[in-house]
Design a protein around this ligand. Structure first.
Ligand code: COA
Length: 165
């Protein structure tokens, strides 16, 4: 399979936050933002793989600032790394205060998306071919997150086998 550049998968969703997205105090639900992250990651992964995809996991999402009703939220995603059938999509969330023009970086998330065949089995994906220093750094960091994830899973399985609490 021919490698693809991370920028080929760049995807963006922009939405104005309404009352349906928030609690009675006007704070936007974390789930609203997470859903946008999932959607943009899916689009980026589809662009990279040319297949349908499912979300296998989301790593440690943090919310750095509250988002309020009336703000414009932009969620941008790009495939950072691709392995056999899975891809890591890095997602950056920004919220814009329309009155002041201030734009805040409110979240970063990393999602693992898996490409599927028409029969619903994991499907091979093209490798990524990073072009810039930032893209090479994101690829290195994605490899690190994957290694950490796999090591953690192995440690938990081993601890369960030993009967450790
Ligand atoms: C994701 C899924 C297709 C993986 O199927 P599987 O039978 O475990 O397939 P495999 O063992 O061949 O793993 C396929 C890839 O998924 C990755 N993967 C599986 N579980 C994962 C997890 N929890 N986190 C990150 N990656 C995961 C594997 O590392 C592997 O990657 P690689 O091929 O690049 O090395 C399957 O678990 C699934 O369908 N899950 C539900 C997905 C879904 O419905 N998401 C929406 C949420 S409602």
């Amino acid at each position: 399979m021919d490698p693809r550049q991370p920028s080929d998968s760049t995807s963006l969703i922009t939405r104005w936050m309404g009352i349906q997205d928030a609690n009675t105090a006007g704070n936007v639900h974390g789930g609203t933002i997470m859903r946008m992250c999932d959607e943009v990651a899916g689009i980026a992964a589809i662009r990279h793989s040319g297949s349908r995809v499912v979300t296998a996991g989301m790593d440690r999402m943090t919310f750095l600032h509250p988002v309020f009703v009336g703000m414009i939220v932009s969620v941008r995603g790009m495939v950072n790394a691709a392995w056999r059938t899975s891809m890591e999509v890095g997602v950056r969330v920004e919220a814009e205060n329309v009155h002041t023009g201030e734009v805040m970086h409110t979240s970063t998330a990393y999602l693992t998306m898996v490409a599927l065949t028409a029969e619903g089995k994991p499907a091979q994906v093209p490798p990524v071919d990073p072009q810039t220093d930032d893209e090479r750094r994101r690829l290195r960091e994605a490899e690190h997150r994957r290694a950490t994830r796999l090591r953690e899973r192995e440690e938990i399985v081993a601890a369960r086998a030993r009967g450790a609490g």
